[in-house]
Write a protein that binds this ligand. Structure first.
Ligand code: HBI
Ligand code: FE
Length: 275
């Protein structure tokens, strides 16, 4: 199937097989049993607002009716990873690009390319939240600027440590909100309960200095106090001077702690991570 100039393709929902729908249903049942008390309430509310508990891979058209009413966001299908500038341009216009394919049963817990379960179950529920919706749009706008400033690698870390692997402090305790966590059974448990990783209060510059691993659980998670706080810090910051500063600051390794870090829990690396 050939893609449009903006890389989007039709979802072609009618062409999913029974086995593919069954894979969605199995992953959905597993995560929705696990996430109450672990995922941030806004994520669980998003599942309800979007009625994602219906059986089968969601039809993007149905999802979009509800999502658009909530925050003006839309989900569009893509064949796989799209170029950075295109990805950001979509976000800046409140379009979230989602893989249309679904993982095979052998890939149940983790794969590196985003499939429809990661993208739609993991990312889309929070797009129904007005504050998070605003953060994602602002990220897209900032991403477009970062491409021109040659600062994409630093900004990508912000996405990684918030949108993909973020933790949040709530009155009920620590919760997960990152899409890479909520869409993975093993990392949902690891991120909250394992003594192995560091958990550190979120700070914009610190996060953008930290390298990340794409092939294992995270060794450091950054904890935000609220989505409002995350949005405020991001939109009130002029990233230009920050990027200039970052050029002169050394990167921080994924497992490294600084003496200045607001540490919530120090990782005990004697507990193996291991996927
Ligand atoms: N493409 N389909 C897709 N999904 C992504 O999450 C994605 C992408 N292209 C680029 C990209 N992400 C990165 O720029 C961000 O992770 C920062
Ligand atoms: Fe993702």
């Amino acid at each position: 199937m050939s893609a449009a100039p903006d890389s989007t393709i039709p979802q072609a929902w009618d062409t999913y097989s029974g086995a593919e729908h069954a894979t969605w249903d199995r992953l959905f049942a597993r995560q929705s049993a696990l996430l109450p008390g672990r995922a941030v309430p806004e994520f669980l509310a998003g599942l309800e607002i979007l009625r994602m508990d219906r059986p089968g891979i969601p039809r993007f058209d149905d999802l979009n009716e509800r999502l658009h009413k909530a925050t003006g966001w839309q989900v569009v299908a893509v064949p796989g990873l799209v170029p950075d500038a295109e990805f950001f341009a979509h976000l800046a216009q409140r379009r979230f690009v989602a893989g249309r394919f679904i993982r095979t049963p052998e890939q149940d817990d983790y794969l590196q390319e985003p499939d429809v379960f990661h993208d739609v179950f993991g990312h889309v529920p929070l797009l129904a939240n007005p504050v998070f919706a605003e953060y994602m749009q602002a990220y897209g706008e900032g991403g477009l600027r970062s491409v021109h400033l040659g600062a994409l690698d630093h900004l990508a870390r912000l996405y990684w440590y918030t949108v993909e692997f973020g933790l949040i402090e709530t009155p009920q305790g620590l919760r997960i909100y990152g899409a890479g966590i909520v869409s993975s059974r093993a990392e949902s448990l690891f991120a909250l309960e394992s003594p192995s990783p560091n958990r550190v209060g979120f700070e914009l510059l610190r996060t953008m200095r930290t390298r990340y691993r794409i092939d294992d659980f995270q060794q450091t998670y950054f904890v935000i106090p609220s989505f409002e706080d995350l949005l405020r810090r991001t939109v009130e910051t002029d990233f230009g001077p920050l990027y200039a500063l970052l050029e002169d600051l050394p990167d921080i390794a994924p497992d490294e702690l600084l003496t200045t870090d607001p540490v919530l829990s120090r990782g005990d690396q004697s507990y193996a991570a291991g996927r």
